[in-house]
Design a protein around this ligand. Sequence first.
Ligand code: LLP
Length: 418
Amino acid sequence: MHDFQYKRSALHAEDVPVEKIANRVGTPLYIYSHRTLLRHYNAFENAFDGYPHIICFALKANSNGAILRALAKEGCGADVVSGGELYLAREAGIPPKKIVYAGVGKTGEEIRFALKSRILMFNIESSDELKAIDRIAGQMKMKAPVALRVNPNINASTHPYISTGLRKHKFGIAMESALENYLLARKQVNTEIKGIHCHIGSQITKVSPFVDAVKRVLSLVRKLRKSGIDIQYLDMGGGLGITYENEVSPYPADLAKEIIPLVNKNDLTLILEPGRSIAGNAGILVTKVLYLKDSPKKKFVIVDSGMNDLLRPSLYEAYHHILPVKKSRRAQVTADVVGPICESGDFFARERTMNSPARDDLLAIMSAGGYGFSMSSNYNSRLRPAEVLVKGASFHVIREREQYSDLSRGVRIPDFLK
Ligand code: LLP
């Protein structure tokens, strides 16, 4: 469910006509609904209410400071994967004790920053990293709180680029090597074992892979406890899918219904790291039709947004609904919706049937709130779009559109070229 609906024939973001925002702020433009964002977050909170848990929003899905602040105010924690995300989480007021830090390539500098920030735990992805963290914590005369990210070898049956829980993937530590790594962690004097972590993939539309993963992790927890290794936190990662086209994804409550009975009486605090399921359908990308082009074989709708703003269709052939901001009665056409970037892969939809758009029409690319702006770039030296947060009948620019001068920010011309 989301708050981008038609009222009469005009698409609204909550109570504000999308056209009004686009006229004021320009296009391309990301628009988020505060109400949807909070509803999605609270669906997790309510589902796991009554069982000790922390919901750690995965910043990689959307790291706009205003979005983070809205979630922080509700009590949300953070799953971060870089110093930059840690910085933004802290700046948004997310308590360090609700921050977990994953990623296969944490640098020394990032580890020091996280130790200094006193985060809840590092999700460790290799023995090398485990040793490095102990060494750095020792230098800082601190204890590093850790969980090992184990790889439960679950096929999450999602797009190969976003499936992570198989043996062949670079993530996590193999189940077979987990005990040995926990024993190493216990031996290290500057390391404190806190928990166990797994994340099996993203856009998962069934509960069963999560159940399988948690079962495997729990049996490992029992084994570890028998060896005297205490585990307080079970971080089951993120990955709950959303509706892009017509997928039917479980609700957080469906997940809770299956997971809580499994973990119950194990004296564990659950951590979840949802990203897409909170932000994905809380945002849209609004773009303007520049030109219509009829080639002998195909029709094209050329819009003012490109793969640099929303990479998902190009990178994963991901489907996103594209809706007219104002409904029309024009005849239907089947066309590719493409951007201005000099790449054949710069498209938002292929062979999409829609009411024929006209020049200057506004289109809304749906389900763009997660992995939209956060994966954007300046490719083709394009300015990254503005972002707006709608709350009820009001809207707020939460990121200004870039200007040309932003493109040369930080660039230095050596003397010999002056
Ligand atoms: N935790 C960890 C350790 C992760 O690697 C991820 C996502 C998440 C949590 C959040 O997963 P979510 O709840 O959002 O599914 N760019 C891709 C998605 C990549 C996901 C990477 N990891 C996309 O646009 O579909």
